[in-house]
Design a protein around this ligand. Structure first.
Ligand code: NAD
Length: 254
């Protein structure tokens, strides 16, 4: 019987690994015995800055670029786990919407996950594996100004479910995590958040204020908390789960 998070001898692929949830998951898997990490991010210096004890392959590139998958990761070897997590946020009202901004967000958040799923399902055939995609509570909760982001994350949820159906006969599980607010750098370029930081006096105070405003539990998550939940989904402790969506949002989407 499996009694623990045991990743000994396994290899995990993580996209968006240089920062936030992706970086925290790399650290979590490293602390739980993973043998090898394949870390992908556009921010190559950010990948280089991660201190990890396991064997690590760091690949700079854009998840929306099919060449990353066909050439950059061609010789990266087999994988047992994957976290398809790279994502960007953007906010605009539909009436003000700009097609180029819509397409840019969809390219990263949706095309990137599609390409990552294709790569992972191919790499796991014949050996099985576990994939987690990072969706968002925005997939379920409609808020003004979130059209592209929310639509991309709702699509990611359904994509994960289809992948779960297609992967099941090959012993491959695919689940989604849907965080609400998480304290990561993704907020730092969001105009209403920079206004809140200015008013609240610090970034920490602004995050605390957002948590109080937006969630029944009155808090935002840390990246480390979300990483532990992703670790559970990647591990054999969730061996009977596939096509599930783990909402971790302090009750925001209720
Ligand atoms: P983050 O900005 O800290 O990390 C995102 C990482 O993705 C960065 O390192 C960035 O360089 C990388 N990235 C962006 N576009 C890329 C591309 N085209 N190719 C390769 N790498 C790329 O943000 P985070 O909060 O850790 O976000 C991780 C995921 O979690 C995203 O999919 C995001 O939508 C989702 N999410 C975040 C929150 C939150 O409140 N922070 C809530 C729900 C969902």
């Amino acid at each position: 019987m499996t009694t623990d998070f045991d990743f000994t001898g396994k290899t995990a692929l993580i996209t968006g690994a240089a920062s936030g949830i992706g970086a925290a998951t790399a650290q979590w898997l490293d602390a739980h015995g993973i043998g090898r990490l394949i870390l992908v991010d556009m921010d190559r210096p950010g990948l280089d800055a991660l201190a990890l004890g396991c064997d690590v392959l760091r690949v700079g590139g854009d998840v929306a670029d099919s060449a990353l998958w066909s050439i950059g990761l061609r010789d990266s070897g087999s994988i047992d786990c994957a976290l398809l997590n790279a994502g960007v946020s953007d906010g605009f009202a539909i009436v003000d919407g700009d097609l180029a901004r819509w397409r840019k967000l969809m390219a990263v958040n949706l095309d990137g996950v599609f390409l990552g799923l294709r790569h992972s399902l191919r790499a796991m055939r014949g050996r099985g594996g576990s994939v987690v995609v990072t969706a968002s509570a925005s997939a379920f909760k409609a808020e003004p100004g979130t059209s592209a982001y929310a639509a991309s994350k709702a699509a990611v949820v359904q994509l994960a479910k289809v992948a779960a159906r297609e992967g099941a006969e090959h012993g491959i599980r695919v689940n989604a995590i849907a965080p609400g607010g998480v304290d990561t750098p993704i907020w730092d370029d969001v105009p209403f958040f920079t206004d809140m930081v200015a008013k609240a006096g610090s970034r920490e105070a602004a995050i605390a204020e957002l948590g109080r405003m937006a969630t029944p539990l009155g808090r935002y998550a840390t990246a480390d908390e979300i990483a532990g939940q992703i670790g559970f989904l990647l591990s054999d402790l969730s061996a009977n789960m596939t096509g599930a969506v783990l909402r971790s949002d302090g009750g925001y989407s209720l």
